[in-house]
Design a protein around this ligand. Structure first.
Ligand code: FES
Ligand SMILES: [Fe+2]
Length: 377
């Protein structure tokens, strides 16, 4: 099977059908206030995401059934959304409930698509698969008391699989992130680690042994979740566990959703997070342009402020977008250090083949074996 099968995720593609069998984050909860509607593009399809006046988030089709204008331009009334053009009104289940200009209303005959939505760990998840949605996976490490969740959705300008491959890549850290302002991760930046990988109940478990004797274990969750234990954050927070969901927008864009469990609670936590959000909003405005300018040779990484929260992401983006909007895997030369990348692709290939041929798929299970491996404090 061609590796290109992984990268196309529209509704009629194999990888697109596979990803639609899992709950996918589509937005950050804090980005959608009550009474607000947003257009959302995920897996090469358009949707309308809105939050009813009572706080419940709903996801329906992007177009009004009347004459097809974009529903997100309309306004929210109670738990419904009313079309901007001629005022047809829809509930969260996609049922048309009002047609103001129709003397004899035929609203009961009109529906638009709607999708199950859940909010959890600061993200809005949707299910795009056929039939009953599976239970939403839970991640107890991110439900602990005395933590706060720093949640962000970073827009990226390459295929999601460029980023997925990078989840299993330890060697890049020594090069891509060599300028990282916090070098306390010295076990990461000095010398090449020895990597062993195995398939797990959740996806891929990876053991990494550094030349100085330190061992770390990393966990990847199928199909598109990376768990990073004890990522260095800043001098206040020090380290935090991070869950990353890499979700296709379309074949050449994706969103890198991060949920970071920080060891601050109450007002200390919400204050720290509010500051980060404000800074991230600013950074989001020019990050893609900076990446394009660097790849065009018009700017150097050393010209960019390393205090940006997204600096590490920016470094990753240069490497990953530099592979091309969709990496050409047929031209690669994988070596021993690419074991993780190789194994994950094998697993994807097996699952997609089984899906294509109607065979049972592996039921991935998150197991609570993801414990922080960094020293507490
Ligand atoms: S297009 Fe929506 S009410 Fe006419
Ligand atoms: Fe990286």
């Amino acid at each position: 099977m061609d590796f290109a099968e992984f990268v196309h995720t529209g509704p009629d593609t194999l990888a697109g059908r596979y990803l639609r069998r899992f709950w996918q984050p589509i937005a950050c909860s804090h980005e959608l206030s009550a009474g607000q509607a947003l257009p959302v593009r995920i897996l090469s399809e358009e949707f309308t995401l809105y939050r009813g006046a009572g706080g419940t988030a709903h996801l329906v089709g992007n177009r009004c059934a009347h004459r097809g204008t974009q529903l997100s331009a309309g306004w929210v009334e109670e738990d419904c959304i009313r079309c901007f053009y001629h005022g047809w009104k829809y509930d969260g289940a996609g049922r048309c409930v009002e047609q103001p200009a129709e003397g004899e209303s035929f609203a009961a005959k009109v529906t638009i698509p709607s999708y199950p939505v859940r909010e959890y760990i600061g993200l809005i998840f949707a299910y795009f698969g056929a039939g009953e949605a599976p239970p939403l996976p839970r991640y107890p490490l991110f439900e602990k008391p005395n933590i706060s969740l720093d949640v962000a959705g970073l827009k990226r300008i390459c295929n999601y699989f460029n980023n997925i491959d990078n989840s299993l890549d330890n060697v890049h850290v020594r090069f891509v992130h060599r300028r990282h302002r916090d070098t306390s991760d010295d076990h990461v930046v000095q010398g090449d680690p020895v990597i062993s990988v195995e398939e797990s109940d959740w996806g891929v478990r990876r053991y990494v042994k550094y030349p100085d004797g330190k061992d770390l274990t990393f966990f990847y969750g199928m199909p598109n979740i990376n768990f990073i234990n004890g990522q260095v954050v800043d001098p206040v927070i020090k380290r935090a566990d991070v869950m990353v969901f890499k979700v296709p927008v379309d074949d050449e864009n994706h969103i890198h959703f991060e949920v970071r469990a920080i060891a601050l609670s109450g007002e200390a936590g919400s204050g720290w997070i509010a500051e980060r959000r404000a800074q991230r909003r600013e950074e989001e405005k020019d990050r893609a342009d900076l990446v394009r300018a660097i790849l065009a040779g018009k700017l150097r990484l050393s010209d960019i402020d390393p205090q940006r929260i997204d600096f590490v992401m920016l470094e990753d983006e240069i490497a990953q977008t530099g592979q091309g909007p969709i990496a050409v895997r047929g031209n690669e030369h994988l070596g021993r250090s690419d074991r993780g990348v190789f194994l994950l692709r094998k697993i994807w290939e097996r699952e997609l083949l089984n899906l294509a041929e109607g065979r049972p798929l592996k039921a991935w299970q998150y197991r609570p074996d993801m414990v922080p491996t960094y020293p507490e404090g």
